[in-house]
Design a protein around this ligand. Structure first.
Ligand SMILES: Cc1ncc(COP(=O)(O)O)c(C=O)c1O
Length: 324
């Protein structure tokens, strides 16, 4: 990947002339079954652009209650777009179309308008859970019925495709706009893309510019993305298998209750009252193992291409020691 970055052919992408960025955008759009795509510095910026594209200030967007877009993007939808989120709870990110329909405003003189439905695949907070394509299709049918667009935060769409064994376009078909991250499990240093209909992606150029996301010779990052699609996509199943092994080992440790992983992300609940997740994370870090505490009583471990079988062995040993 470093070699590909060094050899990238570049030009000024703010003028729309970088050939390597163009190639990555075309390739991702085709993979996702969308007209066009645009490269962004981060997933957050691409998600927020998706929201800004579909909504108007003073309107509402329905989202999943544990989603990244709702919890970890600094209320940007409100700050940048004057949009109010309506969080809907779900079982592991599987938004129930009936629950979403119930949250849609009636479209009268008294309520804000519902202008967008946001969903996430895989669902990070529940441990990289895969949302079944049927659930997303039902959501799409309901949204079409109400003429409300859908934005998919597919930061880890790659992992859903690998776990489901279906083309990414099938997973992305539920949404008008889709965000995917090159830096989630594929080994790229940075970069996300927003894909969707040609007219919306054209408009996304303007919004990206407003947000300060235009980068000149961005081909060096796009080259990393192209390399990742060629070399690091097919191997995701290896990470999923290693996460399953970590799960099995964690299940044997008193005080930990891991949630069976669908993909490369493992949610580990710490069920010992005297042991905060933060403390476990600190003890793991002392042993050279990085597992984040994302709540007072749960940890999130992510297996990626730099973690081999020995790495999993070390993590298991460190988890035993940290809890003991
Ligand atoms: C599901 C999800 N969406 C969006 C993002 C934001 O991506 P970035 O960190 O590139 O802004 C993340 C980052 O972890 C994420 O997990």
């Amino acid at each position: 990947m470093r070699q590909a970055i060094a050899e990238a052919v570049v030009d000024d992408d703010v003028l729309g002339k970088d050939p390597t960025a163009d190639r990555l955008e075309r390739r991702v759009a085709d993979m996702l079954g969308k007209d066009a795509a645009l490269f962004f510095p981060s997933g957050t910026q691409a998600n927020q652009t998706g929201i800004l594209l579909h909504t108007t200030p003073g309107s509402e967007a329905i989202c999943e209650a544990d989603s990244h877009i709702f919890n970890y993007e600094y209320a940007n939808a409100a700050w940048l777009g004057g949009v109010q989120f309506v969080p809907v709870t779900s079982d592991r990110g599987r938004l129930d179309p009936d629950a979403v329909r119930a949250a849609v405003r009636p479209g009268d003189r008294h309520h804000p308008r519902t202008t967008l439905i946001c969903t996430e695949q895989t669902h990070g907070a529940s441990g990289g859970s895969v949302v079944p394509v049927e659930t997303l299709t039902q959501l799409r049918v309901m949204a079409d019925d109400l003429e409300i667009p859908v934005h998919l935060d597919g930061a880890r769409l790659w992992h859903a495709g690998a776990a489901l064994g279906v083309p990414l376009a099938d997973v992305a078909a539920c949404a008008d706009t889709v965000m995917v991250s090159m830096s989630k499990g594929l080994g790229c240093p940075a970069g996300s893309l927003l894909a969707g209909p040609a007219a919306l992606i054209e408009e996304a150029w303007t919004i990206r510019k407003r947000l300060g996301g235009g980068m000149r010779q961005v081909g060096i990052l796009a080259a990393a993305g192209l390399y990742a699609l060629d070399h690091n996509l097919e191997r995701l199943a290896e990470d999923h298998a290693r996460a399953a092994r970590l799960f099995a080992a964690c299940s044997e440790i008193d005080g930990l209750r891991p949630v069976p992983p669908d993909t490369n992300t493992l949610r580990i609940d710490v069920v010992r009252k005297d042991l905060p997740a933060e403390e476990v994370s600190r003890r793991l870090a002392d042993r050279g193992v990085w597992i984040l505490a994302l709540g007072p009583d749960w940890l999130r471990a992510v297996v990626h291409l730099d973690v081999d079988d020995n790495g999993i062995d070390r993590a298991i040993e460190a988890l035993h020691e940290a809890v003991a």
